[in-house]
Design a protein around this ligand. Structure first.
Ligand code: NDP
Ligand code: 8X3
Length: 250
């Protein structure tokens, strides 16, 4: 049977592009996110290429995660690939001006959400003595930048969890890889700036940012290496970006 992938945050950006490339490669899909209409639209489109089911839940709500994953039908109970992608930045402020609700959202979604989903899926991989977990970190998890504080902390945590998973799951033959992009032009900045699309656009002006499809292509490359090959940590920038804050804008 073809492989089955579970992608969190499939309704937009990197997760959606990953679902599209996986579907073209006949990987069976379990797609999740909160926006129901987007999940339905993806299911309609991608089910022309592969088997698709969707799960609508908020990764930061433990009971929703557990209930959704427990509801998977028998023919989708084995999961070969988990892409822990759901996440966002909420706000961009100094630590002293930070909004505590934004902090909660980033830690609950980017860190605890990743843990809740992983906790529910890892036993299925252990049972098979096989599996691949791809964690989407960020360059913000490798280098802090001014005003990035809690988002950076959440992605440093993803980096630490990625490394920890690789150690703990080594005995079960499970591959674990972290992918850490620089600036990718998605809905990310719309979310970070709470719907201020004009401000969001300025993040990607004056240079060619990475596109969601670039990251999806890399994820696809990582998961299609022979089983004995594990690309454990991959950092990718747009050519115009040399660090979190050094961008060659025209
Ligand atoms: P988008 O905003 O385009 O996509 C974010 C996805 O995460 C959406 O599908 C959204 O779905 C989902 N999501 C957010 N919160 C929740 C939640 N509480 N429960 C379930 N799903 C949720 O951004 P990107 O595609 O850019 O972001 C994807 C990942 O890539 C994130 O982890 C981000 O931190 C990381 N990243 C992004 C970079 C960038 O520059 N864009 C750079 C480096 C890393 P829905 O709203 O339907 O729930
Ligand atoms: C997203 C990239 O530089 O906005 O993780 O933190 S950045």
């Amino acid at each position: 049977m073809n492989k089955t992938a579970f992608i969190t945050g499939a309704t937009s950006g990197i997760g959606k592009a990953t679902a599209e490339i996986f579907a073209k490669n006949k990987i069976r899909l379990i797609l999740s996110g909160r926006r129901k209409e987007r999940l339905e639209s993806l299911q309609n489109t991608l089910s022309k290429l592969t088997d698709v089911i969707t799960l609508q839940f908020d990764v930061s709500k433990r009971s929703q995660v557990e209930k959704a994953i427990a509801s998977l039908p028998e023919n989708f109970s084995q999961i070969d690939i988990l892409v822990n992608n759901a996440g966002n930045a909420h706000g961009l402020s100094t630590i002293q001006d930070g909004n505590i609700d934004d902090w909660d959202a980033m830690l609950d979604i980017n860190v605890k959400g990743l843990l809740y989903v992983s906790k529910a899926i890892i036993p299925k991989m252990i049972k098979e003595n096989s599996g691949f977990i791809v964690n989407i970190g960020s360059i913000a998890g490798k280098e802090v930048y001014a005003n990035g504080n809690v988002y950076c902390a959440s992605k440093f945590a993803v980096d630490a969890l990625n490394k920890s998973m690789r150690l703990d799951l080594n005995q079960y033959n499970i591959r674990v890889a972290g992918i850490h992009p620089g600036l990718v032009e998605t809905e990310f900045s719309d979310v970070r700036f709470k719907g201020d699309t004009e401000r969001a656009k300025t993040v990607y002006n004056g240079y060619k940012a990475l596109q969601a499809e670039d990251i999806a292509d890399i994820i696809n490359f990582v998961i299609t290496r022979p089983y004995h090959v594990n690309i454990e940590d991959l950092v990718v920038y747009p050519t115009a970006q040399a660090s979190a804050t050094l961008i060659n804008k025209k």
